[in-house]
Structures are given as structure tokens and as C-alpha cells.
Design a protein around this ligand. Structure first.
Ligand SMILES: *[C@@H]1O[C@H](CO)[C@@H](O)[C@H](O)[C@H]1NC(C)=O
Ligand SMILES: *[C@@H]1O[C@H](CO)[C@@H](O)[C@H](O)[C@H]1NC(C)=O
Ligand SMILES: *[C@@H]1O[C@H](CO)[C@@H](O)[C@H](O)[C@H]1NC(C)=O
Length: 765
């Protein structure tokens, strides 16, 4: 028997890994730094930077983000039920359920109050829980039950409660009604703790839920409840935590058909659990995919009212390293199922984080349903006893194969799970774990973020048709209130490239994103956080710029150049040819306005000898490499400007300390992205000497005989100060610089030395 790929060995591996990671990252950094300085053309660091970063204010201003007016602090807008068919959006928060119109969330929202009873709140506080963040009714379950009714559950101040809600009327005239006579215990249907991860799905009038089923959160279970009247038994996972589910944190649950036979229909669910192996008391976290048959009614003699078809497998998301040491992302955070043409085979997207305390990492892995099924059809794991390790089971497998759904079509003697032979029941009780693990489709994550200030927490994916094919666009929520929009592009040679198209700060304060729902119909994202709900557009093409080249460089599958502007791309529309190139982002073969200089900004700037001068040039894209060139009077070649102690190239422009006469000339600010270079700005800098200025200074100036040249020592101090300030305050510095100059201008001292910032944008359309 071979040793299974389970905790002990793995723990060792990850310990190695941590050590290696420290070493690795320092080597990686120095290599990166070397690359960065020695090969400015191959600016590899820029690739992982979001191309465009938009702040909360900008998003609100452009109406790309619309906050829900009912938002308020600490309400935890965690549960969203989007019903596109009936055009309604239900939102579950602390003590309230809101009913709104997904077309306009702020148009007549309806609010239903459902607080926890006073005595429950008191008991909750007595038990030592937090009155504000725990002892209230936090709504965690909202599912459409039938045309008129919604099933809802709340934590009820650590006493979960469920009830039916009725939605009456339509649009503006709709309202919500809570049927108090239907209130029942929410145990095993809803968590006690509002902060605990939780998954549920309602299908065919049955509710499937994965949650802790007691006050202390010890017993975690996946169960089925509700159902049509005569048959309202709870069916749940076995209590044996060494084998079944141990401190499970449930992420999501989905009904998926396995074959064309409806008897094979299953509920797949995803969770993470503590895995303890052998005699050690150390626990590690592992992610799981599990499944049960929808027609499972439990066993007859053994496993009565327990699942008899429960199987689970490990879900691996790791980066293969040299000499077999992988970087593991073990903590599943979210799952999204992207539907495909075959409803039995959605693509499974998972967001994972590391459990390491040494480095902070998140990854997105993509799985194929076929690979998941293959693992469930493969070998089982075996454990001699609670103190032993999992190894591959190599003994005889009973008939029918454990985990198979009962079906008359296969065997007329096995009509329900109650007909399973005892041998099958006792086998599955001790062998619910598969021996092999599920690995991602590409063998590695499609997207990773290592040592960023945030972790990824949520994912939704949209399939977008573009001129050169279909793209899966991922929207990733973070624990700091931002959303990353990422597209994964596969080239002809199968190499893939992930581009962070946008980073959007959708919440004012950096709080975790708790839930995200996507509406492809509305082209909107509904994002819930602890202090509010916001509606976010999937695209804002106009921000990419005013030209075809900028639109093309953005590589956003939602956007194309329509001849006059960068706008939403709609496939098969009868509009004129749309210009778009997601695969290569190459404007030179798609745009005509690239080299004729129509989009080049022209400026004239006057500077004073020995004083500083700031030549501003900002690219919309954070991924662009900015380079400066100078054409000196009389010279026939442009020369690239290299930074030195006198000349600083900043994110916002070129800063020249103590100007010299020889600095005069034509400056070109160029931006390079994917080997495509264009000029953003052409600036003529004139340098005036002191004589020229003093000649024009009013005689009233008292200190006019003071030398205007700054002392070298003072200059040096200024310079040090400049270097020690981060880029943002450098902007501020430059701003105050401009400001000062402006003031002086107003005083009339600068009559002739006016800084002419002629910004001629000679675009004709
Ligand atoms: C929907 O379900 C509720 C609760 O069981 C029931 O009272 C109601 O009659 C049902 N409505 C329809 C239209 O089936
Ligand atoms: C695939 O093509 C891209 C450019 O299209 C290139 O950068 C990359 O190195 C190629 N990868 C392989 C494995 O050939
Ligand atoms: C140079 O700049 C300083 C402030 O930065 C200003 O006080 C001084 O007047 C300037 N000199 C000239 C000649 O403009």
C-alpha cells in the first residue's frame, strides 16, 4: 500500500516550502531588480500591475459604481438572491431583508424588518457574544421556493430561524411579507455564527446546506431538509469526524447532472476542513469537493437518515516547483461555476489562499467536471483506524460500487439507497475519501497574487464574445474592498497570459467583499460588503482614452473602437467594422490614427535657470513603460534621457532640479506597451537666465538684491527631502511648486516669464 498524499508528508513539504519561499523570494526580488535596471525594455514587473486603477471617487463620479441608499455601517450585506427572470433582487443583511429592482437598486427599494426576539438577544449577550456583530438576526439563506415564495433563514442571535416570505406584486408595487406562522428552527439549515462560511442550495423544494449545527460550532454537517410534505426527514453526513467532515467550512453547493439518467443527478459541494492524520495533534487545512446522490434517502439498518452515497476528494491548487516542492494554496475561499453548452460540464473556478503565516498568497484554479468525476471513479483511501494515515485501498470493492446512485435502470433490485447491501453501507462509512486528488486543468493556477496587501475572497466569471474569440473575464473580490477584472488569454502556441485590466475600489473603506453576484443581462455586478451593497458596471470603455490605439491597447473584450470612441463591443451587431485585438493588443495593425500624431499633446514651458522644472506626462495605463527623449537645438537625433542626481523620472513626469541652459530643447514623452510605442507629449522647454527675469522685476521688491540662486547646501537638502518622499507626496510637492509660481504670477512678478501651458489637443473628429 502506498502512502496517500495526505497531511504528514504534506506538512513536511510545506515546512520546506516556507523555508524555500523566503529564499526564493529574495532571489526572485534581486533578479527582478536586476532585470528592471539592466533591461528597461523588458519591464517584467509591469505585467502584474493592474493596467488601470480606479478609486472609489472616480467610480462614483462616472456612475460606474452606484451604492445602495439603504447601506449602513456594520449591516453585513452578505446574502444576495438575484432573480433575473422575475427581475428582482433580494438582499439579506442584519435584521433586514430588502427587495429591489436590479435595473435600478435605488428605485423604491422595499425593506422588511426581521429582528431576533429580545430574549434571544439577551441570552446571546449573556453567553458572551458581541451585541453588535453577533447577537442579531443576520440573514444567511434566501432561495426562491416557488413563484410566489422565498425561503429565508437568519442566525437569530445564535438561534437560527427560518420562515417563508411572500413576494407580491411587480416592480414598484411589489412588497415583501414574512409568514410568521411558518417560522421554524434553522438548525442544520443556517449557521449560528454570522461570520462563519456557509453554503446552501434549494432545488426541487429540498434545501441542501453545509454548516455547523450547534452553538459551539463543533459539529459541521452537510444536510438535506424541507421537501414536499410526506417526506420531510433530515438526511445528513455521519458524525464520525475522523472520516467524514472535520470542522468543515462550507463554500458552495450545486445540483449537477452526471449522466443523461436523472437517477444519477447529484449535489456537488465544496468545503475546506481540518485534516488530522496519524497520531499527531497538528491539523492542516485542506480543500475538498464532495458529492451525494439527489435520490439518497439514507440507509435501512445502518446509516439511517445519513447519506449513503457521500464521497469526497482533495481539491489541489498549487504551483509546481523545481524538485517537486510545490507551493500550495490550501484554503478554499470561493467557487464559481461557469456554465458551458453542456449543462453537465460547467467549468469550476476556485479561489484559494495560503495557510502560511510567512507569505500572503491567493490563487485562482480552474477545474474540469470530467477530471472531478474521474477521481470519484478512481481508487478509495483507506485508514486502519483513527490514529492511522490514509493509504490507497487495494482490497475488494463491494457491489454496487459505493457512491453510485441507485437506479432501476442499472439494477432492478436496488431501487433506493435502503436496498444497498450492508457491505456497501459499512464500506462507505469508512471510505468516503478518494485516494487521488483533483488537479486544475492547466496543472497550475491561472492567476496568482503573492505578497500583495490583499487576499482574494470572491469570484464571478463572465464569458465574453470578442472579435477574435471568446474570453472568460474574471471579477475577483478582495478583503480590502476592491475588485480585480482579469482576462486570461491563450495564444496560438497555447501559452497563456493573464492581464489585470482594472482594479476598482468599489467600497469607500477597505473592508472585505462578502458576496458578488453577476448579471450578464444587466452587465452589472452586485457586490456586498460589511457596510453596504454596490452595483458595478462590468465595463467602462470610455476611460481607456480618446483614440483607437488606446482602446486597442486596453485589450478589454467588452470594448472596441467604433470609429469615434471606445465603446461596448456587441458581437454580430450591424455596425461598422469594430477595431479590437484582445490577443495581441497591437494597434499598428488595427488602427490608422497611430503614427500621424493626431493624439500628441503639445506644450510650451518656460523655466528659470538654476530653478527646478517639472514636465508632467501621465499614462492612463500603469503597465506602460514611459521613456523621455530630448532633441536639442541644432541636433539631428533624439537622445534618451537617463536619470541622474539632477534629473528624476517619476510616475507623473520628469523633474529637473536646477535647470541649466543646456536643458532647453524639445522633449518627447513616449509610452511603450506590447512593443507598441507612441508619443504622448511633445514639450518645448525654454530656459531663461536670471538676468532676463530680474530685468523685469518690479523695483518695489525689497529683497531683489538677494541672489536668486539657492545655496548649494540648501539645494542638497531639498534634494534629499525629495528622494525620501514617496511618489504621491512628490506630486504634492510639484503641485505646491506650481502653486507658488502661480501666486507669484498673480503678484505680477512674472509678467514676462509666464509659463505657457498651451495644451493643444489637435484631434479632429
Ligand atoms: C408556494 O409555497 C408556499 C409554501 O409552501 C405555499 O403556501 C404556496 O401555496 C406555494 N405557491 C405556489 C404558487 O405554488
Ligand atoms: C508563445 O508566443 C508568445 C508570443 O506570442 C511568446 O512570448 C512565448 O514565449 C511563446 N511561448 C512558447 C512556449 O513558445
Ligand atoms: C526659484 O524658485 C524659488 C522657489 O522654488 C523662488 O523663491 C525663486 O524666486 C525662484 N527663482 C527665480 C529666479 O525665479
Amino acid at each position: 500500500m502506498k502512502t496517500a498524499e495526505e497531511p504528514d508528508k504534506q506538512r513536511q513539504r510545506s515546512r520546506h516550502h516556507h523555508l524555500r519561499m523566503g529564499w526564493f523570494s529574495s532571489v526572485w526580488w534581486s533578479t527582478l531588480v536586476m532585470l528592471f535596471f539592466s533591461l528597461p525594455e523588458v519591464n517584467s514587473k509591469k505585467e502584474s500591475v493592474p493596467r488601470v486603477k480606479l478609486g472609489y471617487k472616480e467610480l462614483i463620479h462616472s456612475r460606474s459604481v452606484v451604492p445602495f441608499v439603504g447601506s449602513s455601517e456594520g449591516q453585513r450585506f452578505q446574502t444576495v438572491l438575484l432573480d433575473e427572470e422575475r427581475s428582482r433582487l433580494l438582499l439579506g443583511a442584519k435584521d433586514h431583508i430588502y427587495l429591489m429592482d436590479p435595473d435600478d437598486i435605488n428605485k423604491h427599494p422595499k425593506k422588511l424588518s426581521w429582528p431576533a426576539p429580545r430574549d434571544r438577544v439577551d441570552m446571546c449577550i449573556l453567553a458572551g457574544k458581541n451585541p453588535l456583530t453577533e447577537c442579531a438576526n443576520f440573514i444567511r439563506v434566501l432561495h426562491s421556493y416557488n413563484r410566489s415564495h422565498v425561503y429565508a433563514c437568519g442566525t437569530g442571535a445564535f438561534h437560527p430561524t427560518c420562515a417563508f416570505l411572500e413576494v407580491k406584486g411587480h416592480k414598484e408595487d411589489s412588497w415583501l411579507h414574512l409568514h410568521s406562522n411558518t417560522m421554524e428552527s434553522g438548525r442544520m439549515k443556517c449557521p449560528f455564527d454570522p461570520h462563519q462560511p456557509f453554503a446552501s442550495v434549494l432545488t426541487d423544494q429540498y434545501l441542501y446546506a453545509g454548516t455547523a449545527s450547534d452553538f459551539l460550532g463543533k459539529d459541521s454537517t452537510f444536510s438535506r431538509s424541507l421537501g414536499p410534505p410526506p417526506d420531510q426527514q433530515y438526511i445528513r453526513t455521519d458524525i464520525s469526524e475522523d472520516y467524514w467532515i472535520n470542522e468543515g467550512k462550507f463554500i458552495s453547493a450545486h445540483p449537477i447532472a452526471d449522466t443523461y439518467n436523472p437517477d444519477d443527478d447529484k449535489i456537488y459541494f465544496f468545503f475546506r476542513e481540518a485534516s488530522r492524520d496519524g497520531s499527531t495533534t497538528d491539523k492542516s487545512v485542506l480543500s475538498r469537493v464532495a458529492r451525494i446522490c439527489r435520490n439518497d434517502v439514507g440507509g435501512l439498518r445502518s446509516l439511517t437518515n445519513k447519506w449513503t452515497t457521500f464521497l469526497k476528494a482533495r481539491l489541489v491548487c498549487s504551483i509546481p516547483g523545481p524538485d517537486g516542492v510545490d507551493t500550495h494554496f490550501d484554503e478554499l475561499q470561493d467557487i464559481f461555476l461557469l456554465p458551458s453548452r453542456d449543462e453537465r460540464n460547467p467549468t469550476v473556478y476556485g479561489v484559494f489562499t495560503t495557510t502560511s503565516s510567512i507569505f500572503k498568497g491567493s490563487a485562482v484554479c480552474v477545474y474540469n467536471m470530467e477530471d472531478i468525476r474521474a477521481v470519484f471513479n478512481g481508487p478509495y483511501s483507506h485508514k486502519e483506524g483513527p490514529d492511522h494515515r490514509w493509504v490507497e485501498y487495494e482490497g475488494r470493492i463491494p457491489y454496487p460500487r459505493p457512491g453510485t446512485c441507485p437506479s432501476r435502470t442499472y439494477d432492478p433490485h436496488i431501487k433506493t439507497t435502503k436496498d444497498f447491501p450492508d457491505e456497501v453501507i459499512s464500506f462507505i462509512r469508512l471510505h468516503p475519501l478518494m485516494y487521488r486528488s483533483v488537479h486544475p486543468m492547466t496543472g497550475r493556477p491561472v492567476f496568482t497574487r503573492i505578497n500583495t496587501e490583499y487576499r482574494l475572497t470572491q469570484i464571478v466569471v463572465d464569458r465574453v464574445a470578442a472579435e477574435d474569440g471568446q474570453y472568460a473575464v474574471m471579477f475577483l473580490g478582495t478583503d480590502t474592498g476592491s475588485v480585480l477584472k482579469v482576462v486570461s488569454i491563450t495564444q496560438e502556441n497555447w501559452s497563456t497570459e493573464e492581464i489585470i485590466l482594472e482594479e476598482l475600489q468599489v467600497f469607500k473603506s477597505p473592508s472585505p467583499i462578502l458576496n458578488m453576484e453577476i448579471s450578464s443581462k444587466q452587465q452589472q455586478l452586485f457586490v456586498g460588503g460589511s457596510d453596504g451593497l454596490v452595483q458595478v458596471s462590468l465595463h467602462r470603455c470610455h476611460i481607456y482614452g480618446q483614440g483607437c490605439a488606446e482602446c486597442c491597447l486596453a485589450r478589454d473584450p467588452y470594448c472596441a473602437w467604433d470609429g469615434t470612441q471606445c465603446s461596448r463591443y456587441i458581437p454580430a451587431s450591424k455596425r461598422r467594422a469594430r477595431r479590437q485585438d484582445i490577443k495581441h493588443g497591437d494597434p499598428s495593425s488595427h488602427c490608422w490614427d497611430t503614427e500621424d500624431g493626431r493624439n500628441v499633446e503639445e506644450k510650451v514651458l518656460y523655466g528659470v535657470e538654476s530653478n527646478s522644472s517639472f514636465l508632467e506626462c501621465v499614462s492612463k495605463s500603469q503597465q506602460a513603460l514611459i521613456r523621455w527623449f530630448i532633441l536639442k537645438p541644432g541636433a539631428d537625433h533624439r537622445q534618451e534621457i537617463k536619470p541622474d542626481e539632477r534629473v528624476l523620472i517619476t510616475e507623473r513626469g520628469l523633474l529637473i532640479r536646477w535647470l541649466q541652459r543646456s536643458d532647453a530643447g524639445s522633449y518627447f514623452c513616449t509610452s511603450q506597451e506590447h512593443r507598441f510605442t507612441r508619443t504622448l507629449l511633445h514639450l518645448s522647454l525654454h530656459v531663461l537666465d536670471h538676468g532676463q527675469i530680474q530685468a523685469h522685476q518690479p523695483a518695489t521688491r525689497e529683497s531683489s538684491d538677494n541672489p536668486p540662486v539657492t545655496e548649494p547646501r540648501q539645494r542638497y537638502k531639498d534634494y534629499l527631502r525629495m528622494l525620501s518622499v514617496p511618489v504621491r507626496s512628490l506630486d504634492e510637492y510639484c503641485e505646491t511648486l506650481w502653486h507658488k509660481e502661480k501666486k507669484q504670477k498673480q503678484k505680477g512678478k512674472w509678467k514676462h516669464v509666464q509659463e505657457l501651458r498651451k495644451s493643444r489637443n489637435r484631434r479632429h473628429h
